[in-house]
Design a protein around this ligand. Structure first.
Ligand SMILES: *[C@@H]1O[C@H](CO)[C@@H](O)[C@H](O)[C@H]1NC(C)=O
Ligand SMILES: *[C@@H]1O[C@H](CO)[C@@H](O)[C@H](O)[C@H]1NC(C)=O
Length: 155
């Protein structure tokens, strides 16, 4: 009986070792990682908060935000009422290093004039992406990416 229990414990231990190494393998492959791209778009000439303004810079709601790599849109989202957008990508499909390279950009394609008629109706806000940190969410490692800073281009 004692021997049988010992044997069972041994099997249980082996199963645990196996699943732990499978977990490590999955992490190497990126199965348990997520890329979380988020940011704030403000209703100003460069899409950023105006520093030291007398009144807070208003947000840019309902703006179409696209992540584009080598001219191909890989993901898109609308900003909410607070000007905040969020997209979650699977790193198996999108390489983190590529997203952080100059090959990829985050773009606000809705004209600025949509949030304020005195702002330009042509051009798009564009920014490269940067990694600001990694957070754990359950079994997932979440890579948090945000725009560096928006610039209005193509006016
Ligand atoms: C992504 O980041 C945003 C902003 O920090 C956060 O609200 C959201 O919960 C994050 N999503 C995941 C899946 O981590
Ligand atoms: C609209 O933009 C103009 C020019 O940047 C600015 O002076 C004005 O305060 C803005 N209006 C609102 C409601 O934000």
């Amino acid at each position: 009986m004692y021997m049988a229990m010992g044997g069972l414990k041994c099997v249980a231990f082996l199963v645990m070792v196996a699943s732990a190494s499978q977990l490590a393998e999955a992490q190497v492959l990126g199965l348990l990682n997520l890329i979380n791209i988020s940011g704030l778009v403000s209703c100003s000439l460069n899409g950023n908060i105006i520093p030291n303004a007398a009144t807070p810079t208003p947000p840019f709601p309902n703006a179409l935000v696209e992540v584009s790599c080598g001219g191909n849109v890989i993901s898109s989202a609308l900003t909410n009422g607070a000007g905040v957008f969020n997209m979650v990508l699977n790193p198996l499909q999108f390489l983190l290093n590529n997203l952080l390279s100059s090959n990829c950009n985050v773009r606000v394609v809705t004209p600025l004039s949509n949030c304020n008629a005195t702002l330009p109706s042509t051009g798009i806000l564009q920014s490269p992406l940067q990694l600001i940190g990694t957070t754990a969410q359950g079994l997932f490692s979440v890579f948090n990416l945000v725009p560096v800073t928006f610039r209005l281009i193509g006016i």
